[in-house]
Write a protein that binds this ligand. Structure first.
Ligand SMILES: Cc1cc2nc3c(=O)[nH]c(=O)nc-3n(C[C@H](O)[C@H](O)[C@H](O)COP(=O)(O)OP(=O)(O)OC[C@H]3O[C@@H](n4cnc5c(N)ncnc54)[C@H](O)[C@@H]3O)c2cc1C
Length: 453
């Protein structure tokens, strides 16, 4: 194995070990036996083959943002992709080739040089790998679909250590599974995405309201988003107003509502289209205006620092009637932690352009996607109250859920919840594909789909 591996091996005796094993969620403190920092698909193959020969569990580190901390495994081998971070843009072909360990910040920066983009995560430090394989929700999804809808092909290192290309023409079953099936089917060392015209200057930003207006703001937003043109991307977060200059002094540290907006198209036209939202209230702070698309993509970076304690869950909603809005607000406020963000994202638009059976990801008809994101300072004494609160909020919204979940927003909630990301038919197909590509379940330290019997 050593002869083939050209990357860096980091072990517990090395100075960089603790930094290398750290992930976004500060609750995770796992100690791999070795961290294999790969530079090529061949390195990935060597790392996997070596781990299997030694009987060690494999984990895959893309951007380390998975809330379950699946990127690192106690006593196992962490296949670290952070060195595979290239982004190559072909503006004529409108394609980007992206390394399996790149971050969305790097993709946005490189593609925006050409006024192009692909739907990416809402925090720029998030990894492309986990987000894209879990399907990929972002502000562009109502305009251009989920990230997986723009995936053209993937270079994959299989559990057997082979390097294959998956696309509609090459291993189409594997390609079907990669678009939503998570990290179960192999390690993607390079993604090729189709790119779309965006900006580089767009109308975007955030409206901020005091928390006591949450119900009326949500009702107005819901009504608008149910028929909004596909150029509008938006979500609402129940938060605590930060101690920032743009927040009026008395509102700081108080419950607040943030409405994030993006209009993909002409700025003046966007101002007209978004007027029912921007003029509502009026907001305590209106930060919506022309700005670089990359700035919209970094709006939520500051409220999402690495190392805090995190507990998440999520559900797709089939509807968001007044009673659901009331249940949401009444259960969220007051928050346990000022870092917590309880988020609802609007569906519709281009998300529904793709036929449900085309890929593993489904749930395209759900009009709203809830992300219960609890975050608090790294103090174990605060863990239980925050976890309990998250579960309480999720339970309160249960009557309006579709019964299916968005994989990227849930924590470690068991096999049944993973199955519910797909529904029984797709889950069955995924298990069969898993049996072909990973019969020994080498890639099991993740939101696992076990191979069929
Ligand atoms: C602050 C924050 C904001 C987020 N915002 C969004 C959002 O807007 N939209 C959204 O959809 N999700 C969002 N997420 C969730 C995110 O998509 C998932 O946590 C995702 O798993 C992160 O990918 P990663 O590569 O950074 O994570 P990692 O923890 O490195 O990876 C998670 C798992 O994905 C698999 N994996 C990662 N890379 C590869 C690869 N190249 N090949 C094979 N398997 C791989 C592995 O199984 C790995 O264990 C957010 C998460 C955070 C922390």
């Amino acid at each position: 194995m050593a002869a083939q591996f050209s990357g860096e091996v980091i072990t517990p005796v090395d100075a960089g070990y603790d930094e290398a094993r750290s992930v976004f969620n500060g609750m995770i403190d796992r100690k791999p036996e070795r961290i294999m920092r790969c530079r090529s698909a061949e390195d990935v193959a060597a790392a996997i083959t070596g781990a299997r020969a030694d009987g060690l569990v494999v984990s895959v580190y893309g951007g380390g943002h998975g809330v379950t901390g699946s990127a690192v495994v106690d006593g196992g081998v962490c296949v670290d992709l952070r060195g595979l971070d290239h982004v190559e843009v072909d503006p004529e072909a409108r394609r980007a080739r992206v390394g399996g360990g790149a971050t969305w910040g790097a993709v946005d920066a490189a593609t925006q040089e050409h006024g192009l983009a692909v739907t990416g995560g809402r925090v720029s430090t998030t990894g492309v790998g986990g987000l894209a394989l879990g399907s990929g929700s972002g502000w562009l999804e109502r305009t251009y679909g989920f990230t997986c809808d723009s995936l053209v092909s993937a270079e994959v290192v299989t559990a057997a250590g082979d390097v294959v290309t998956a696309s509609l023409e090459s291993h189409p079953d594997l390609f079907w599974a990669l678009r939503g099936g998570g990290g179960n089917f192999g390690v993607v060392t390079e993604f090729t995405f189709a790119l779309h015209p965006v900006g580089p200057v767009v109308l975007g930003g955030m409206l901020l309201y005091p928390g006591f207006q949450a119900k009326e703001v949500l009702r107005n937003w819901r009504d608008f988003m149910l028929t909004a043109p596909r150029e509008v991307g938006s979500g609402v977060a129940l938060i605590t107003a930060p101690p920032a200059d743009f927040v009026p002094e008395p509102a700081r540290g108080m419950p607040a509502v943030g409405v994030v907006l993006l209009y993909v198209g002409d700025v003046a036209e966007g101002e007209r289209v978004l007027a029912p939202l921007t003029s509502f209230g009026p907001p305590a702070a209106n930060l919506v205006g022309p700005m670089p698309y990359v700035a919209v993509q970094q709006l939520l970076d500051a409220p999402n620092p690495k190392g805090m304690h995190n507990y998440w869950s999520g559900d797709f909603l089939s509807e968001f009637p007044d009673a659901a809005i009331d249940a949401f607000v009444d259960n969220v406020q007051p928050p346990v932690s000022p870092l917590t963000q309880m988020i609802v994202v609007a569906g519709g638009g281009a998300i529904e352009d793709v036929a449900d059976g085309d890929m593993a990801f489904g749930n395209r008809a759900a009009p709203f996607n809830m992300h219960y994101l609890s975050m608090w300072p790294p103090d174990p004494a605060q863990d239980q109250a925050n976890i309990d609160k998250t579960r309480q909020i999720a339970a309160a919204l249960k009557p309006w859920t579709t019964g299916q979940v968005y994989l990227n927003f849930i924590g470690d909630e068991g096999l049944t919840r993973v199955e519910s990301a797909y529904g029984p038919e797709k889950y069955d197909r995924l298990r069969k594909i898993k049996r072909v590509w990973d019969p020994d379940n080498v890639f099991r330290h993740n939101q696992n789909i076990p191979p069929s019997d």
